[in-house]
Design a protein around this ligand. Structure first.
Ligand SMILES: NC(=O)c1ccc[n+]([C@@H]2O[C@H](COP(=O)([O-])OP(=O)(O)OC[C@H]3O[C@@H](n4cnc5c(N)ncnc54)[C@H](OP(=O)(O)O)[C@@H]3O)[C@@H](O)[C@H]2O)c1
Length: 249
């Protein structure tokens, strides 16, 4: 599928990777881009750049009433991007249950509810494309990200279920697995970080080519290749990363 003249909805579209998706689809000639945001005021200025194409839509991915209303309003969507996400940095020893619950609510239940609401819309519009932004942390467990990784492993399983359950209606299901990307989310993360544009461009390539998995940056590509070859090797590298971090602290 090409993105030209297509209608897309992006959750968490006001900043970070979500906003970069909106900009990339606008540049790529999409017909309409629904900006799913908790607070529409946060995209007023951005939407004014192309008011006929950029349509703000109030959407907290944990709010079932807002999701239902969004699916009724945006019934022309052909590409859904489950992008909204949150991160709490913790170890499995200091993980606060309330933070972990919130991560599961946004990173797992959010895409679950959004996809249930929008699957009939995608079907009506020819099958379409479902994109879920997981993380390399959905394959590999990083030190200091215990509950976030768990929520992204859950999201990974959901992506595989979506691929099974939406095959018959012809929906192309894409999982996106970035490494460290330069956004607000990684403010306190001390690793080499990459531009959100790597994520958006690799995703658009996958929409066009029919690929189902997107590892957009060198860190996610290298880690996933090592993980495929020898999962224990990644575990050892993560233990070393933790040891070095403790020594440096
Ligand atoms: N940055 C990275 O290194 C990285 C790496 C791998 C994967 N990812 C994933 O990429 C996605 C985007 O992350 P990002 O780096 O762009 O993060 P970000 O800059 O922190 O932006 C997060 C976005 O999610 C929205 N959001 C949070 N809770 C929401 C909710 N309940 N309902 C609707 N929207 C909600 C935020 O909206 P508000 O402005 O209203 O808070 C914001 O638009 C996430 O799924 C993240 O896990 C990021």
């Amino acid at each position: 599928m090409n993105i030209e003249d297509k209608t897309v909805l992006i959750t968490g579209a006001n900043r970070g990777i979500g906003k970069a998706y909106a900009e990339a689809f606008l540049e790529g000639g999409a017909k309409k881009i629904y900006l799913g945001v908790r607070d529409p005021k946060t995209v007023e200025e951005f939407a004014a750049q192309a008011p006929e194409k950029l349509i703000p839509i109030k959407l907290d991915v944990t709010n079932e009433a807002e999701i239902k209303a969004a699916a009724e309003k945006a019934d022309d969507v052909e590409i859904l991007i489950n992008n909204a996400g949150i991160l709490h940095m913790d170890t499995s020893m200091d993980s606060v249950a309330d933070n972990a619950r919130k991560e599961f609510e946004v990173n797992f239940i959010g895409p679950l509810l959004m996809t249930q609401a929008f699957a009939p819309v995608l079907k009506k519009n020819g099958g379409g494309v479902l994109i879920t932004v997981s993380s390399i942390a959905g394959h590999v467990t990083f030190p200091g990200f215990a509950s976030y990784c768990a929520s992204k492993y859950a999201a990974q399983s959901l992506i595989l279920s979506h691929r099974l359950d939406l095959k018959e209606q012809g929906t192309h299901v894409i999982g996106v697995y970035p490494g460290p990307i330069e956004t607000d989310m990684t403010n306190g993360v001390h690793m080499d970080k990459f531009s959100p544009s790597l994520v958006t461009q690799a995703t658009i390539e996958a929409i066009k080519s029919g690929d189902e998995e997107v590892f957009p940056d060198p860190t996610s590509q290298e880690l996933y290749a090592t993980f495929r070859k020898d999962p224990k090797m990644v575990e050892t590298a993560m233990a070393e990363m933790l040891r070095e971090a403790k020594e440096a602290a």
